[in-house]
Design a protein around this ligand. Structure first.
Ligand SMILES: [Zn+2]
Length: 127
């Protein structure tokens, strides 16, 4: 009797592992967005209490920290949007199809890069 492993569980053309991965990545990305929003709110509150931090000789300024967290938040929000689009492609049955050439993205690539829309060849612009 053949062993039944994770890779043998298919949902159409999709493996269970790939679907689980995109869902887990989306949950993680949403948690990151929530954490960064809280961090940004805490920075905003701290500037209400101590408005002038620009003369602190030690460490980064609040302005720098606010810009850093805002950039991370924007990046995490883009990641959530990319992963939500990936979940929609799973539902539509197009998750494994390259958006440029229509070819197969490949399950290993999807397991590594769950939000990718293109195959390795299109990503690297090979002929
Ligand atoms: Zn392609």
């Amino acid at each position: 009797m053949a062993a039944v492993g994770r890779a043998s569980l298919y949902l159409g053309r999709m493996t269970y592992a790939a679907v689980a991965r995109v869902n887990a990545d989306l949950v993680h990305a949403r948690v990151s967005v929530a954490d960064l929003r809280r961090e940004l709110a805490a920075i905003a509150e701290s500037t209400v209490l101590v408005p002038d931090d620009e003369h602190d000789a030690e460490g980064s300024t609040i302005g720098f920290e606010r810009a850093r967290v805002a950039a991370l938040l924007a990046q995490s929000q883009r990641r959530v949007a990319d992963l939500e689009a990936a979940v929609e492609r799973v539902r539509a049955g197009t998750y494994q199809s390259c958006e440029r050439c229509g070819g197969d993205i490949g399950i290993l690539r999807l397991e590594a890069l769950s939000a990718t829309r293109v195959c390795r060849c299109c990503a690297s612009r090979c002929p």
